[in-house]
Ligand binder design. Structure first.
Ligand SMILES: Cc1cc2nc3c(=O)[nH]c(=O)nc-3n(C[C@H](O)[C@H](O)[C@H](O)COP(=O)(O)OP(=O)(O)OC[C@H]3O[C@@H](n4cnc5c(N)ncnc54)[C@H](O)[C@@H]3O)c2cc1C
Length: 380
C-alpha cells in the first residue's frame, strides 16, 4: 500500500530537526561559510552528539536507536535545509557505518560503532575516490598487500569529507591488481594507526562547512581482521554502500532546494518593482510553481527509494533516480534563485550564491549526474 502520511513520531522528529535547522544551523552555516578551511566546527560536533544523529544509524545492540531509511531521509532533509555541509559531514559517517552494517563482523561493529556515540560527537570517513580513477571505481591504485597476518595499505584518496576528524576510515584498495574488481577489498582503519596523514584542508567553493582533504596511507599496517567481509568482496560492498547512499544524498539535495526556494519566495514577496511585489508577475510565480513541483517530485523519488530499502526490495535504479533528479532540481532552483534575486544575490557573499555553490558540489558527489544516468540506463 502507498501512503504519504507521516506517523506522529515521524512528524515530531521532523519538527525537532527543523527547529534545530532554523534556530542553529542557518546562522552557524553562514558564519562558517565565510571562515577559512579547517577541521569540523566544534558546534557541529556538539550538535551531532546532542541530537543523537549517530544513534539513528547504529543498531540497538551497539547502543543506537536506529531509524528506518524513510525516517532517516526526513531527518537528513531537515539537516540539509539548515546546512548542506553538516548533512554531508553526516552522510560521510552514514556511508562508513553502512559499509560495516552491510559487510562487517560483530567484532568490527562493536569496536567501531559504539565509540561513535561518545558525547564529544564523532564522525567517520569513507575513502573511495582517487586522483587518477575518479568516477571509475572498478580498480584502485591504493593497494592492500597481505603479509602474514596483516595487510599493508599504500595510496591516497581525495577528496575525503571528514578527513583528519574521522574516528575511523573505511578504505577501498586493491589486494590483487591482476584480478580487477575481484581483487578489491574494503578495510576499516582506526585513525590512530601509524602512516595515515592528511593534506591541508581544501579551500573549495561549495559545501565549505564540510571539510575535505587528501588522505595518504603510507605503509599502514592493519590486522587481517580489519578486512570488511570476505577477501575479494570489496567491489560488491562498495556498490551496495553507494546504492543506499544515493537516496540519502537525494534527501540532502531536497533539503537544500527547499531552503533555496523559501529564500526566493521571501525575496519575491518583498521586492517591489513598478508598484507591486515581483511575485505577482506570472513570469516569477510560474517559475516558482514549477520549482515547488520539482522539489516535491524529488522528495517522492527519495521516499520511494527509501521505502524499497525498508522493504528489502531492489532499489539500485530508484536510488540513482532520486539522486540524479534531486541534485539537478537543487541546481535548477538555485540557478533560478540567482536570476530572481538579481544583483542583490550577486553582491558579495549572499545566501543564494552559497546555495548555488553547494548544489553544484552535490551534482558531483556520490557519483556525478552522468554516472547516475549510466546506472539508470543499465537497469532499463
Ligand atoms: C565536495 C566533494 C566531497 C567529496 N567527498 C568524497 C568522500 O568523502 N569520499 C570519496 O571517496 N569521494 C568523495 N568525493 C569524490 C566524488 O565522489 C567524485 O568527485 C565523483 O565520484 C566524480 O569523480 P571525479 O570528480 O574525479 O570526476 P571524473 O571521474 O574525472 O569525471 C569527469 C567528468 O567526466 C564525466 N564522466 C566520467 N566517466 C564518464 C562516463 N563513463 N560517461 C559519461 N561521463 C563520464 C563525469 O561525470 C564528470 O563530469 C567528493 C567530491 C566532492 C566534490
Amino acid at each position: 500500500m502507498i501512503s504519504f502520511e507521516l506517523s506522529p513520531d515521524q512528524r515530531k522528529l521532523q519538527q525537532r530537526i527543523r527547529h534545530l535547522a532554523e534556530e542553529k544551523l542557518h546562522p552557524l552555516s553562514l558564519k562558517l561559510e565565510a571562515g577559512k578551511p579547517g577541521p569540523i566546527d566544534k558546534d557541529y560536533l556538539k550538535i551531532i552528539s546532542k541530537e543523537h544523529l549517530n544513534a539513528f544509524i547504529i543498531p540497538e545492540e551497539y547502543g543506537g536507536k536506529p531509524l528506518d531509511r524513510l525516517t532517516l531521509s526526513l531527518v537528513t532533509e531537515e539537516i540539509s535545509y539548515g546546512c548542506a555541509g553538516l548533512a554531508s559531514i553526516y552522510a560521510a559517517t552514514v556511508h562508513a557505518v553502512s559499509a560495516l552494517l552491510i559487510g562487517g563482523s560483530h567484532e568490527q561493529k562493536e569496536a567501531f560503532l559504539i565509540p561513535l556515540l561518545k558525547p564529544e560527537g564523532e564522525v567517520a570517513s569513507c575513502c573511495i575516490t582517487e586522483e587518477k580513477g575518479g568516477s571509475d571505481t572498478s580498480s584502485f591504485d591504493t593497494t592492500a598487500r597481505l603479509e602474514g597476518d596483516h595487510y599493508v595499505i599504500n595510496g591516497a584518496k581525495v577528496p575525503i569529507i571528514n578527513a583528519g576528524n574521522a574516528a575511523f576510515y573505511t578504505v577501498w584498495a586493491s589486494s590483487d591488481t591482476g584480478r580487477g574488481r575481484a581483487g578489491i577489498n574494503a578495510f576499516v582503519v582506526p585513525k590512530e594507526v601509524a602512516g595515515i596523514t592528511c593534506s591541508a584542508y581544501h579551500d573549495k567553493p561549495g559545501l565549505r562547512c564540510a571539510p575535505t582533504a587528501m588522505v595518504f596511507f603510507h605503509d599502514v599496517v592493519v590486522p587481517r581482521s580489519s578486512l570488511i567481509g570476505l577477501p575479494g568482496s570489496g567491489y560488491l560492498l562498495l556498490m551496495q554502500t553507494l546504492d543506499w547512499g544515493r537516496a540519502f544524498f537525494g534527501a540532502i539535495c531536497v533539503g537544500l532546494a527547499r531552503a533555496a526556494i523559501e529564500e526566493i519566495i521571501h525575496f519575491a514577496k518583498k521586492r517591489v518593482i513598478l508598484n507591486r511585489p515581483i511575485l505577482k508577475n506570472q513570469g516569477i510565480s510560474f517559475i516558482l510553481a514549477e520549482l515547488a513541483t520539482d522539489i516535491d517530485a524529488a522528495r517522492l523519488l527519495v521516499w520511494r527509494a527509501c521505502r524499497l530499502m525498508d522493504l528489502n526490495m531492489d532499489y539500485t535504479r530508484e536510488s540513482s533516480m532520486a539522486k540524479l533528479f534531486a541534485s539537478e532540481v537543487a541546481a535548477k532552483v538555485t540557478r533560478e534563485g540567482m536570476l530572481i534575486i538579481g544583483q542583490k544575490g550577486y553582491s558579495g557573499p549572499t545566501l543564494m550564491a552559497k546555495y548555488q555553490r553547494d548544489a553544484q558540489a552535490l551534482r558531483i558527489l556520490e557519483g556525478t549526474s552522468h554516472i547516475q544516468k549510466m546506472i539508470i540506463s543499465s537497469q532499463l
